[in-house]
Design a protein around this ligand. Structure first.
Ligand SMILES: [Zn+2]
Ligand SMILES: [Zn+2]
Length: 339
């Protein structure tokens, strides 16, 4: 079967590999139709993904079709279209026992820690498949990206009408804006790119846009009538931005770190204490997040059409990929089309 392997940083290879054997108990054999390309894949391509080993088959944002199931699997059934929850968890650690498999102490993410979906067929645990009779494979491949934002917003427990700030209007920030908007919050987007801000506003999920710069705090104060936002999401992956974000949160508010950085984040304790801030980390997404997002796309609450800006069939991905990474490419979400 056709397989794309990232042999080493900067070097993909299209090859053929042996098709997987029949699925074991509790497993499903799936045909991969669509693979979303994400920041994690781009970091791996550049060799900037920490604790990453090569060679690796990338791909954790997957729209798949079930082609066989192992013993004991009642659902999904052969022929079902599914999104894949790519977080393989142990089931017994403290996080798993507390219903938070997204941050299992020995988490293995498909396409990151273990081989992912840039291949025609793969075997996954059946419990990691989330079925939809309505969504396209492309929409199913978007569910994981949306999940990061959905989970962040779920963690923040927003109240309707709350003024929230999302820093960083890349795919993760856009997803956070989407779910904050669905929670009836008033969404302010902050980014250093006017192009990205324009995209966020065109999606209709950001009510206001602030171009990052020296007067960002003043603009935030003005938009919130001196209060500042009561929830601030940082989706920049930039330590300076994350440290700066402490100043943007209202007294009693919440600061949610969605994207992560390697290294230290420091903050001024009086900034933190005076406001009695709540600081939250958010990681991956839960099975509930997956089910909720699928229902929200099915109902039309989420419009997935603007998300996918770039596509490539298997034979052309390797050639096109570097051009997608150019700053002027306008990439939001690229899709590998295997079928
Ligand atoms: Zn991703
Ligand atoms: Zn666990």
């Amino acid at each position: 079967m056709q397989t794309i392997i990232l042999d080493q940083p900067g070097h993909f290879r299209l090859t053929t590999s042996a098709a997987p054997a029949t699925p074991g108990p509790g497993e499903a054999l799936v045909r991969v139709h669509r693979v979303g390309i994400c920041g994690t894949d781009i970091h791996a391509f550049y060799g900037r993904q920490p604790f990453f080993s090569y060679p690796r088959i990338l791909g954790h944002e997957l729209g798949v079709e079930v082609v066989a199931v192992g013993r004991g699997v009642d659902a999904p059934r052969v022929g079902d279209r599914c999104a894949v929850e790519p977080y393989l968890n142990c089931g017994t650690c403290i996080a798993c026992r507390r219903g938070r498999p997204n941050c299992c102490t020995s988490l293995q993410v498909l396409g990151v820690h273990t081989d992912g979906g840039m291949r025609e067929y793969m075997i996954v645990p059946a419990t990691k498949l989330h079925v939809s009779a309505q969504l396209s494979f492309e929409q199913l491949a978007l569910v994981e990206t949306l999940g990061i934002g959905a989970h962040a917003v779920q963690r923040a427990q927003l109240a309707p009408g709350e003024q929230v700030l999302v820093i960083g209007a890349g795919p993760i920030g856009l997803a956070a804006m989407q779910f904050a908007h669905l929670a009836d919050a008033e969404v302010i987007a902050l980014d250093v790119s006017a192009h990205r801000l324009a995209f966020a506003q065109a999606q209709g999920t950001a009510d206001h846009a602030i171009l990052g710069g020296a007067d960002a705090l003043a603009q935030l104060l003005e938009l919130t009538h001196g209060d500042l936002p009561t929830a601030v999401f940082d989706a920049t992956g930039n330590p300076q931005s994350m440290m700066q974000a402490f100043q943007y949160v209202a007294h009693t508010g919440k600061l949610i770190f969605v994207s992560l950085v390697q290294g230290e984040i420091t903050f001024n304790d009086p900034h933190f204490h005076r406001r009695e801030l709540t600081l939250l980390a958010t990681r991956n997404a839960t099975p509930d997040d997956f089910r909720r997002i699928i229902a929200q796309i099915e109902s039309g609450a989420i419009n997935t059409i603007p998300w996918i800006t770039h596509r490539a069939p298997t034979e052309q991905l390797i050639e096109r990929f570097p051009s997608w990474l150019q700053p002027d490419s306008g990439l939001v979400k690229g899709m590998l089309m295997l079928v």
